[in-house]
Every structure is written in C-alpha cells, then in structure tokens.
Design a protein around this ligand. Structure first.
Ligand code: AMP
Ligand code: MG
Length: 514
C-alpha cells in the first residue's frame, strides 16, 4: 500500500494540540489533538476491501507493515495520527464538546485522478474526546458498520465507506442493552474512508466557543476542498455553502426513504457536511413499513429519530448548522429562506423518487395524495416495504392478488384491509396507464429504484453470531449480495423477517452501545 503517499492537510492548516496526551479534556482553541493508535498485539484481519483501496489510490496489501497499519498495530513513523474536536446536539439537547471519541485519522490519500479521500480507524483506542469510554469498538457494531456502509454504497446512496475490519485480539466489556448486564465481547477495529468526515458538529463547536476566525477558516477549507464550484466572496460565499449542505442533506434523506433506511441517531454530530450517511449505530432497514419505527431503544418513547421523522429532523439539524454559521453570514433572512426551502425541495425530490419506485415516469397531479395513501396502507397492513415493490414489478391485470402478495404481510389481513388493498391495486393499474413511456421503460425505472436485497437486521444478527463462533460463510455471502442489491442473487434473502426475530435484542431492538 502507498502509505507514504498519505498527506495531512487538515492538521497542517489548523491549530492543534501536539502533546499526544489522551487524557480526556476540553480542548478549546484547537481543532484536533494528536494521538497514537492502540498498537494491538494480536490482531487478525477479517476483511480488506481491495477494490476500494485501489480506487482511492492506496493500493494492495504488500507487506506486514500494511497489515499492521490496517490493524492499528503500528503506523509509519512520519504519520501524526490525530482526532478532531466537535460538538453536537444529541436528542435535541446541546451536548457541548464531543469529538472523535474513538475515531483516529491517518490523513488523506489522492488517487490518479486527483480525488482525495480521508482515512480513519474506528476503535483504535482512547482519545482526548473519549470522555469516560475506552475508545474501543466491539465486533458486533464494527461488522454492522462495515457491511451496512458498503451496502449503502452499492445501493447508490451517499455514505462513508469501509476499507478493512479486524479482530483486535482484545476483549471489550459492554452493557449491550444498558440494563446492568455487562459482558465481554470481541474487540474490533475498522478502517473507514470518506471524502471528508467533517460534521455539522465541527462548526457548532467553533461557533459556540466564539472562535470566529477558525470557523471561517474551516468553512473556507470545506468550500475550497469539497465545494469548489462556490466562487463568490463574503457573506454570499458562506450562504451558498449552507445552501449546498442543505441540498445534499435533503438528497441523502430522500435516498434513505427510497430504500427504507432508518439511521437511528441523527444527532448533529452524526450529520456530514457532505451529505454522507455517517456513524452507523442502531440503524435498521424497514422490514414492515412504519413511519413510527425506531430501531434505537435510547430513542424510546419519544421516537425523535423514527423513520418518518427523518426529514423533519434533518431540517432541525440544519437549523443548528445555520446558527453555527451565523457569525459568517450575519443575515437571518438568507438562512431562513434556505431553511424554509428545505421542505419544498425535499418533498419535490421525495415525490419524484416515489414515482420511480412505482414505475411512473413523471409526477402527475394527484400522485402526492396517492403516495400518502400508500404509506398509510403499508403501515396499517404491516406490509414489507421491499417485498411489496418487488411484487409490484411483477404485477399485471391478470395477477391473482392473494397468492402474488401472500408473503409480504407481517400480520393476518382482515376482510376490510383486503378490500383496501384490492382498491389500491386498481387505482395503481389505472395510474400506470397514464404513463407516457413504454411498459419496459416503466419496469426499468422500478428495477433501478427498488432493491431486491436489503441488509436486514436479522441477517446482520446471524452474521455476527457466526463470526463470533469463527465462521465467515454468511459474512461472505452477505457481502456478495450487498454488492448487487438490484439483483436477486440469493432467493433465501428475498424473504420477510422470520417471526423468530420479532422483538429480538440486537435485531429488532438495538442500543447505542458499540
Ligand atoms: P455515537 O452515538 O456513536 O455517535 O457517539 C457519540 C460520541 O461518543 C462520539 O463522540 C463518539 O466518538 C463517542 N463514543 C462512542 N463510543 C465510544 C467509545 N467506546 N469510546 C470512546 N468514545 C466513544
Ligand atoms: Mg457519532
């Protein structure tokens, strides 16, 4: 691997603490602190994403030092590994300084096309921002992030990515459900990549600390590197920056709704400036459709981060970013205009997305009401979101509805519900006829927008169980399925969640423990 090509523009440009001290502390006036990685003694590589490594310019594993790098055992001498400071609003409340509690940056790599990618370990040890935690990660949560971030990538959704995953050789104590029953779990470390890991929280921290000069510098850094199309100066420059972040955020959330993804912890420290899905914790794909569903037990009973709330929460988070950027823009009206535009922009894209899922080549009058009715029906009838659209693709006038849709319901269908469903199909078939493209084109729209494979939580649950027992078969199979989500490679994965997993801890219910 080209480890010697890793550069560190971020730490070269910003004020930092180079003491190497990992004692947990507030670090005002600096944006990062250098920290050494854990130097794991008996790590074991589970998986390396060679294709990604080649794409970003890092290349293949050539020798023992490359392995040691991935496993956080040893890093090249000249690399100053570091963690960044950020703040955030968690569950609606200002949480002050948080920072990379267990994320450590190696730096940045450039590929042959000049594209730059940041590289981070997650679970490589304590940092000044670890607060009372250990900076370690367990296999359970690391496997979930590795597979899910890759699944999202292959679905075509903006996301951070996974480069490698290793056992650390250490055991880590976790109270998985926060119920006073801590147990030892296998420790793991993953390497993840992104164009940038900058979060709303980085800006919130500087703003709260009234570090306006550094705030401006950070905004300029972000604009220069990630939004080079912004070429205005002064207030307008930062207003445009905010607008772009809002646009990317809206686009990301629309994509989450397309595939039925619930993030589970949309705190502002988990919101990417680039509109990437980031910090995979107690997330879930929907099995049965429910606007009210939150996989995160910490989110009960409020359900702030429920599936149906995600657009509203994204907008709320953008308000916090607007507040943070205010010292650079100093004009409430501009910010309010952008924020108020978020809903309209979101719903327009949302309806266009839904149209494609149904095979409509454009959004017509009345479609928004149709989509709302379908959402209501899917929720009321406990319909599997993914299987429903897969079956709609194979529908025609002669289809026997009872047999065709038999396997998509999670609860018995009552007589009146059956009627609602039949009426929906009638309305749908009539609406399809209004298309101004061929049947084949309509079908192709559906096939491109409705995944055949989603990484359901129960599959992850089984995969983690097997990996803990030293078996990798399901892990490898899931990897191959998620790389081709719009094809049905494995019919056994195209089934609804078996009843065995209803309410299963670690599958249906998850905590932030990781
Ligand atoms: P999360 O809910 O994963 O977004 O985490 C919130 C904050 O807690 C982030 O700043 C994390 O880096 C930090 N954190 C979570 N788990 C750990 C851990 N095991 N060790 C250190 N910091 C952690
Ligand atoms: Mg986080």
């Amino acid at each position: 691997m080209n480890l010697d090509q890793i550069t560190q523009p971020f730490i070269n440009e910003f004020p930092g603490d180079f003491s190497g001290n990992t004692m947990q502390r507030q670090t005002p006036k600096v944006l990062f602190a250098t920290v050494a990685v854990a130097e794991y003694q008996n790590p074991e590589l589970i998986i390396f994403n060679e294709k990604l490594s080649e794409e970003i310019g890092l290349g293949k594993i050539d020798n023992e030092s490359d392995l040691q790098f991935l496993n956080a055992s040893s890093v090249p001498e000249l690399l100053k590994t570091y963690s960044t400071a950020y703040a955030g609003h968690q569950f609606g409340n200002w949480a002050g300084q948080l920072g990379d509690g267990r994320a450590i940056y190696a730096g940045e790599i450039k590929n042959s096309q000049g594209k730059k990618t940041e590289i981070q370990w997650k679970g490589a040890g304590a940092t000044p921002y670890s607060r009372h935690a250990d900076g370690r990660a367990v296999l359970r949560s690391s496997v979930r992030e590795y597979l899910m971030s890759e699944a999202m990538f292959h679905l075509g959704i903006p996301t951070t990515r996974a480069l490698s995953l290793s056992f650390t050789g250490e055991e880590v104590m976790r109270d998985m459900m926060y119920d006073g029953n801590p147990e030892y779990e296998k420790g793991a470390v993953m390497v993840r990549t992104a164009e940038s890991f900058l979060r709303f929280g980085h800006f919130e921290l500087l703003s709260a600390q009234k570090e306006t000069d550094t705030l401006k510098k950070l905004a300029d850094f972000a604009i220069g590197n990630y939004f080079p199309e912004i070429n205005t100066e002064g207030t307008d420059r930062y207003a445009q920056f905010f607008e772009k972040v809002a646009e990317r955020t809206a686009a990301m959330i629309v994509e989450w709704y397309r595939v039925g993804f619930v993030h589970g912890v949309m705190n502002t420290d988990n919101m990417s400036i680039l509109g990437l899905t980031i910090d995979y914790g107690p997330f879930s794909f929907l099995d049965e459709y429910s606007l009210n569903f939150t996989p995160n037990t910490t989110d009960l009973p409020g359900r702030r981060y429920a599936f149906g709330n995600q657009a509203k929460i994204a907008q709320w988070n953008l308000w916090q970013l607007a507040n943070a950027l205010f010292p650079l823009i100093k004009d409430e009206k501009i910010l309010e205009k952008i924020l108020n535009g978020f809903s309209g922009n979101f719903w327009k894209q949302h309806d266009e997305m839904m149209a494609k899922k149904f095979g409509f080549n454009e959004v017509m009058e009345g479609d928004d009401a149709f989509f709302t009715d379908v959402q209501q029906m899917m929720g009321d009838l406990n319909i599997d979101y993914t299987l429903f659209f897969n079956q709609l693709e194979k529908l025609d006038e002669k289809t026997d509805l009872d047999t065709h849709f038999k396997e998509i319901f999670y609860a018995p269908v009552l007589a009146e519900q059956s009627l609602i469903f039949e009426n929906f199909i009638k309305t749908y078939l009539i609406r399809l006829k209004k298309n101004t493209v061929s049947k084949a084109e309509s079908l192709s729209l559906m096939q491109k927008n409705n995944p055949k494979f989603i990484l359901r939580n129960y599959l992850l649950f089984e995969c983690i169980k097997e990996l803990n027992e030293g078996k990798k078969e399901l892990f490898n199979k899931l990897l191959s399925a998620l790389e081709n989500p719009y094809e049905e490679l494995y019919p056994e994965f195209s089934k609804k969640r078996p009843p065995l997993y209803d309410g299963q801890t670690g599958s249906s219910t998850l905590s932030c423990s990781s």
